[in-house]
Design a binder for this molecule. Sequence first.
Ligand code: SF4
Length: 211
Amino acid sequence: MKREQIEAFFATLKAANPTPQTELEYTSVFELLAAVLLSAQATDVGVNKATRKLFAVANTPQAILDLGLEGLEGYIKTIGLYRSKARHLMEACRLLVERHGGEVPRSREALEALPGVGRKTANVVLNVAFGEPTMAVDTHIFRVSNRTGLAPGKTPLAVELQLMKRVPPAYAVDSHHWLILHGRYVCLARKPQCWRCAVAAYCDFKPKTTG
Ligand code: SF4
């Protein structure tokens, strides 16, 4: 995909959805961090169902610690891998209290030092909570970037670095939401819906599907 096409690609996605949001529900930076940590290999809908009840009773690191491990597991056991996620979240809460006064730090290094928080989760928090132009490459972004020719790469990190280079600065902060939503609802994994795709004219994928 050439530079002019990349510009048009994002201008089109922006026109359709000027202020894209994450589909995870949260009302604070800590709730966002906890929701993202719980969302690995789970749907946002499933995570939201659990966190609505959890955050109603515990939405700070100290409050989660006060629940205890079994108490926390009771709220999140509908989410896949809940036992290891519960352990990670408890340990992350302990470190947030001990090292950061119960606040979520705005630094990649400090975020990635938390159990259960890898590069992707740190990128989501830095982007969504702090407005930084980071690129959290999930399965949708990885697929869309490769399939369209926007930012080809063999690994999520390679795609992330390509996107950081190729996405025009004006779209950098919101581009990760546009790409996720595009992958989730139009450029689907099994069969992309090219016949109803607003950015088909800029995409390298051939042959286009016809319904
Ligand atoms: S034209 Fe098809 S392959 Fe290209 S972005 Fe749209 S849905 Fe995906």
